[in-house]
Ligand binder design. Structure first.
Ligand code: SF4
Length: 229
């Protein structure tokens, strides 16, 4: 399928989801990372008032925070929601801010999974920007998933290629994340992200050497299920 056809079908899907099927009940979750501008631009063209949830873990690159603000302004996003970890829980579980070193799964749970659970509470569905070409578990990504909670998760870029992403950036003159120029292809928290090396998979620089490949927001049981466990 050509890039134009991929873009057209993705736009049509997003329009149906945002304006009809889940009108007022859907949010987009974005890290404002290396490729996020594509999905944000598509969504803003349909409804700039679409709620956009950003997880501020407290460990992000300052470049990401600056990019978030600049890109949100450029796209005219009017409902950017910043989700942060519970300071009381952090004070108990990670008072020194070094939990990532000894238990990254727990750190991601506190700083990402739980805040996202809370931020998604008003919504029945959410939109994620994952793609199959990112590899790992994402290689078999479905366009629509049913979460372990009851929410529906839509991955409208699942079948996009890197060439499609690059073409979209060029066509719409979208600004790149400032760390792209330094070789970062997937950008998360400072302690758990390094620049990609030549020939590596796009997400190889995340949790390098730990065996961890995902933060947990895409494969974690819901907060309610964890509370009952
Ligand atoms: S990516 Fe690293 S620092 Fe960020 S929440 Fe997960 S373990 Fe903690």
């Amino acid at each position: 399928m050509s890039s134009e056809a991929v873009i057209d079908s993705t736009g049509a899907l997003l329009r149906t989801l945002i304006r009809e099927r889940f009108a007022g009940r859907i949010a987009l979750v974005s890290a404002f990372g290396a490729e996020s501008a594509v999905l944000l631009h598509l969504a803003a063209g349909i409804d700039p008032g679409l709620p956009v949830i950003f997880l501020d873990t407290g460990k992000l690159f300052p470049e990401t925070l600056a990019y978030r603000d600049a890109l949100a302004a450029r796209l005219g996003l009017t409902d950017l929601r910043i989700a942060r970890p519970d300071p009381g829980l952090l004070g108990i579980a990670d008072p020194a801010g070094s939990l990532w070193r000894r238990d990254p799964d727990r750190c991601c749970d506190l700083r990402k999974v739980m805040p996202l659970d809370a931020a998604l509470a008003p919504f029945d569905a959410w939109i994620s920007g994952r793609k199959r070409f990112q590899g790992g578990d994402r290689a078999a990504l479905e366009a629509v998933e049913f979460g372990t909670d009851w929410r529906i998760k839509i991955n409208p870029l699942a079948n996009w290629t890197e060439a499609d992403i690059d073409a979209y950036f060029a066509r719409h003159d979208l600004p790149p994340h400032p760390l792209r120029a330094a070789g970062y292809r997937s950008i998360g928290c400072v302690p758990c992200t390094r620049a990609a090396r030549a020939g590596e998979a796009p997400r190889a620089g995340r949790w390098d050497g730990s065996g961890k490949t995902e933060c947990g927001i895409h494969n974690s049981p819901s907060f309610a299920e964890r509370a009952l466990a």
